[in-house]
Design a protein around this ligand. Structure first.
Ligand SMILES: O=c1ccn([C@@H]2O[C@H](COP(=O)(O)O)[C@@H](O)[C@H]2O)c(=O)[nH]1
Length: 241
């Protein structure tokens, strides 16, 4: 029988609701009552964002809205003003929009939340998608930096632009933690057990325990839980492995 994971650890796990319907989403939410933090990405947001986000709030779940915004500053700010209405806890933007876009997003979120009288979403910059390998960064994107150096530059840009933290692979968490300090939020997807490594599109992975040890504040886990025959058991097992 699996050990029951302490609620303190369960609260640091964000489960990715990468499913195509509202029914599939709330089936998972119902199956794992111990999980309090859920991620809504592009697929579910485009299908049913208007229904899913208010219902998650009604059920007092914390919400990570992972839309990975990427556009010019004026367009990004306009999107953030609209998204502020949902009252989510975390929101993502690509760090490569640059300093003006990052600042425009943060200002729009803060001003809109103040107007609504709610806490603003914490804004997180995507440094480099965890599906990228060092080879793709060098040969496809032609970035003339080693992967950890590139990611560190992205994290420092996010911090200088007043973002609350970044999305990074746990493989880069220790480096960013050291450079950006304890208050900078590190949210890490790319979580896999050794037996799950190399079986899908995630390139830069770590186990849950190693990711926390490296300095991650929150882990984002999708398929290893949501596609398991018993998602509640998979949730337990991942955290106690
Ligand atoms: O760099 C990134 C940024 C976001 N993600 C998202 O996290 C989850 C991971 O799901 P798995 O099924 O555990 O791979 C997914 O929703 C991604 O969109 C990421 O993986 N990497």
């Amino acid at each position: 029988m699996s050990k029951i994971i302490p609620q303190m650890i369960a609260e640091k796990i964000i489960i990715a609701l990468d499913v195509p319907t509202i029914e599939a989403a709330f089936r998972l939410v119902d199956q794992i009552p111990q999980a309090s933090f859920w991620k809504v990405g592009l697929e579910l947001f485009l299908k049913a964002g208007h229904e899913v986000l208010p219902e998650l709030k009604k059920q007092q779940k914390r919400i990570f809205l992972d839309l990975k915004l990427h556009d010019i500053p004026n367009t990004i700010a306009a999107a953030c003003r609209i998204l502020a209405d949902y009252g989510v806890d975390l929101l993502t933007i690509h760090t490569t929009v640059g300093r003006s876009g990052l600042k425009a997003a943060q200002t729009a979120l803060k001003e809109s939340s103040q107007r609504l009288g709610i806490a603003p979403a914490k804004l997180l910059g995507v440094t480099l998608l965890t599906s990228f390998s060092p080879r793709e960064l060098a040969f496809d994107l032609k970035i003339p930096l080693e992967l950890p150096d590139y990611i560190l530059q992205m994290a420092l840009l996010a911090q200088k632009s007043s973002l609350d933290g970044v999305i990074c692979s746990p493989q880069e968490a220790a480096l960013i933690r050291q450079a950006c300090g304890e208050d900078f939020l590190l949210v890490c997807p790319g979580i896999r057990l050794p037996s799950q490594k190399g079986k899908d599109d995630q390139q830069r992975t770590m186990t849950p325990q190693a990711a926390f040890q490296a300095g991650a504040n929150y882990l984002v886990i999708g398929r290893p839980i949501t596609q398991a025959p018993d998602p509640a058991q998979a949730f337990q097992e991942l955290l106690t492995a």
